[in-house]
Design a protein around this ligand. Structure first.
Ligand code: AFP
Length: 300
């Protein structure tokens, strides 16, 4: 069975999650395996994705940023799906963009990024869009709840229990613009590794504009759209950075490299980082290839 049903289910569930955020903005008592506080919305979205994805015969297991362990499905499914159910959920209280990050791997988790069959994100911005790379080019879709598809779009079938969603392609074979315009670097400046500041100064000299909003996929979506670089680097007190390899680093590296850009953990493509633990963190740098080269040289 194709991985398209996984992509459709992510789309349907993300549209449903968007509709349920307003009443789930309070923090629970709990925290996720990475020690992050959990919103009601985090826990609820995670339960929906688990239920819907494990209902698909071709899905063998489900892993989430919100769960300590990989959850095995009933069958022998070929795809092992890692999800960050709400990336940037701390933006919910300030009503800033956030979204869902996903990757379907063709081998059990933890898995290296080269084993991603389909990966990308759903961005809950002014409109709901999905960016995904499956066996080839990067495509952007607008997602809308719909009873019927328009001529050029695809209607999901609500298989997993969600409502059908129209997935309308709005940009195909996307490549990152050659002339970079924006940059966003996470962490506090005093905590950055030596030489990162000089790299950022060089970006300012090249007249790139600072765009950092606290949700990785919203910032990465700007880099894909306008060209530039996003990083959540290694920090002096967090040598592995903040972002998770399975749920964040690998999916965005998969999309950006497919779009002709580059990724790095500071030394090599993120897709070549050895996967040892489901919640392992990795320094994330993605964007135009020449900027990533300059960044690696600066960090050397
Ligand atoms: P939340 O999901 O807890 O809001 O964290 C979002 C995130 O994992 C990633 O999406 C952002 O790029 C990064 O954390 C923001 O971290 P800072 O709050 O340290 O800027």
């Amino acid at each position: 069975m194709s991985v398209e049903r996984v992509v459709d289910t992510i789309a349907e569930t993300a549209v449903e999650v968007r509709g349920g955020l307003a009443g789930r903005r309070t923090y629970t008592e709990g925290e996720n395996p990475s020690g992050d506080d959990q919103l009601e919305a985090d826990v609820w979205a995670d339960s929906l994705f688990e239920e819907r994805l494990l209902a698909i015969d071709s899905v063998g297991s489900y892993a989430s940023e919100e769960r300590p362990d990989v959850i095995e499905g009933d069958g022998e499914g070929d795809y092992h799906v890692a999800v960050d159910p709400l990336d940037g959920s701390s933006n919910l209280q300030s009503n800033n963009p956030m979204g869902v990050v996903f990757a379907a791997y063709d081998t059990p988790l933890p898995a290296p990024g080269r084993r991603i069959v389909a990966g990308g994100w759903v961005l809950l911005g002014p409109i709901t869009t999905m960016v995904v790379a499956t066996d080839g080019p990067v495509t952007e879709y607008v997602l809308e709840a719909a009873d019927e598809a328009t001529s050029e779009s695809h209607l999901t079938d609500g298989h997993g229990g969600g409502e059908p969603v129209e997935r309308r392609p709005v940009a195909e074979d996307i490549t990152i613009p050659e002339d970079p315009t924006v940059y966003g670097i996470g962490g506090r400046v005093p905590d950055w590794p030596e030489d990162l500041e000089s790299f950022v100064e060089s970006l300012e000299d090249d007249r790139l504009k600072l765009r950092y909003g606290g949700a990785m996929i919203a910032d990465v979506n700007q880099v894909l759209t306008y060209g530039g670089v996003f990083a959540y680097p290694a920090l002096v007190d967090r040598p592995d950075g903040a972002l998770r390899l399975q749920f964040e680093g690998n999916p965005v590296a998969h999309v950006i490299e497919t779009a002709g850009g580059a990724s790095s953990d500071g030394e090599r493509s993120i897709l070549d980082v050895e996967a040892e633990e489901v919640h392992q963190r990795v320094p994330v740098h993605v964007g135009n290839a020449d900027l990533i080269d300059r960044l690696e040289d600066a960090l050397d």
